[in-house]
Design a protein around this ligand. Structure first.
Ligand code: AP5
Length: 195
C-alpha cells in the first residue's frame, strides 16, 4: 500500500500532481478542498458554513475535515492506497490521520512537499482566476490563504520531518518534470520501507 501526503502552499500544484500520482500508482485521490467544494455546490449546511471560511481564505475546523477524510478512508479500505491532497493542514489533522491509518494497519509512505516561491504560486492562481471560477482565487483571498498556510500549515512539514517522511521537491518547471522528481521520491520511500 502507498499513502502519499501531497503538501505545499496554495497553487503549488498539489491537485495537478495528485492526478498524475493517482494514475501512475492506481491510488484513491482524497482532496479536502474538492470534498468541501462538493458540499458547497450541493448547498448542504456544512457547505454553507465552509464557503464563508473558504471565501475568507481561512481553514475549515479540524473536526470537519477529519470527519470527511475518515469517512472516505473507510469507503476505500481495499484500495492500493491514497493521495492526500491539501490534508493534513494542521498538526492536529496530521495526528488524526496517523491514528486513522494505524487503526486500519496503514501508515504514511511519504510526504511530498512542493517547493514553489510565492510570486510563482500567486501568478498561477491569478492565471487560473481568468480561466475558472474559484471564489477564493482573487488577490486578497490568496494573500489570506498564504497567511493561513504560513501560520498553521508549515508546522505539518516539521511533523513529517521528525518521522523521517518529509521529501522536499522542487515544484517549478514542467508538470511532467516535477512528476518525475515526485515518483523518484515515492519509489525510494517504498523501497526503503520494504527493506
Ligand atoms: P484547496 O482546494 O486545498 O486549495 P489550496 O491548497 O489553496 O490549493 P489550490 O487548489 O489552489 O492549489 P494546488 O496546490 O492544488 O495547485 P493546482 O494543482 O490546483 O483548499 C481550498 C480551501 O478549502 C482552503 O483555503 C480552506 O478554506 C479549505 N480547506 C481545504 N482543505 C482543508 C483542510 N485540510 N483543513 C482546513 N481547511 C481546508 O495548481 C494551481 C494552478 O497552477 C492551476 O491552474 C494549474 O494548472 C497550475 N499549475 C500546476 N502546476 C504547474 C506548473 N508546474 N507550472 C505552471 N502552472 C502550474
Amino acid at each position: 500500500m502507498i499513502n502519499v501526503v501531497l503538501f505545499g502552499p496554495p497553487g503549488a500544484g498539489k491537485g495537478t500532481q495528485s492526478q498524475n500520482l493517482v494514475s501512475h500508482y492506481s491510488l484513491v485521490h482524497l482532496s479536502t478542498g474538492d470534498l468541501l467544494r462538493a458540499e458547497v455546490t450541493a448547498g448542504t449546511p456544512l457547505g454553507v458554513e465552509a464557503k464563508k471560511l473558504m471565501d475568507e481564505g481561512k481553514l475549515v475546523p479540524d473536526e470537519v475535515v477529519i470527519g470527511m477524510i475518515e469517512g472516505k478512508i473507510k469507503q476505500h479500505l481495499e484500495s492500493r492506497g491514497f493521495v492526500f491532497d491539501g490534508f493534513p493542514r494542521t498538526v492536529a489533522q496530521a495526528e488524526a490521520l496517523d491514528f486513522m491509518l494505524m487503526k486500519n494497519k496503514m501508515s504514511i509512505t511519504c510526504m511530498i512537499s512542493l517547493q514553489v516561491p510565492e510570486a510563482e504560486t500567486t501568478a498561477r492562481l491569478m492565471k487560473r482566476a481568468l480561466e475558472e471560477q474559484r471564489s477564493d482565487d482573487n488577490e486578497e483571498t490568496i494573500r489570506k490563504r498564504v497567511r493561513e498556510y504560513l501560520e498553521k500549515t508549515i508546522p505539518v512539514a516539521e511533523y513529517y520531518r521528525s518521522k523521517g517522511r518529509h521529501n522536499a521537491i522542487q515544484g517549478v518547471g514542467a508538470v511532467l518534470e516535477i512528476f518525475k522528481r515526485i515518483t523518484e521520491a515515492v519509489d525510494k520511500s517504498v523501497r526503503s520501507q520494504e527493506s
